[in-house]
Design a protein around this ligand. Structure first.
Ligand SMILES: [Zn+2]
Length: 90
């Protein structure tokens, strides 16, 4: 245990202008039933499907992988389920 790294308490940092804007958007009252990301405040929903086929011009559904996740967080590699009210992220 002699080589264990030393841990320090870091003072709280004020949120940046971008973080303050995201916080304000997340806390704004939402229209009833609107899906919104509780992590970044985005309202863009993403659904992914595997194995979609097109036969004779008609699309046949595949297996649903992700349903109603935040598209903006997904682009950053984080899967966040969209919710209709502000709750802590699971
Ligand atoms: Zn998000």
């Amino acid at each position: 245990m002699a080589d264990a790294p030393k841990l320090h308490v870091v003072p709280a940092v004020k949120p940046t202008a971008k973080e303050q804007t995201a916080l304000r958007i997340k806390r704004m009252p939402r229209p009833d039933g609107l899906l919104q990301c509780n992590r970044c405040g985005s309202r863009t929903v993403l659904n992914t499907e595997n194995g979609v086929t097109v036969k004779n011009g008609r699309r046949r559904a595949g297996t649903k992988i992700d349903k109603d996740v935040c598209a903006d967080c997904y682009k950053r590699g984080v899967i966040v389920p969209m919710q209709t009210e502000l709750k802590p992220i699971d």
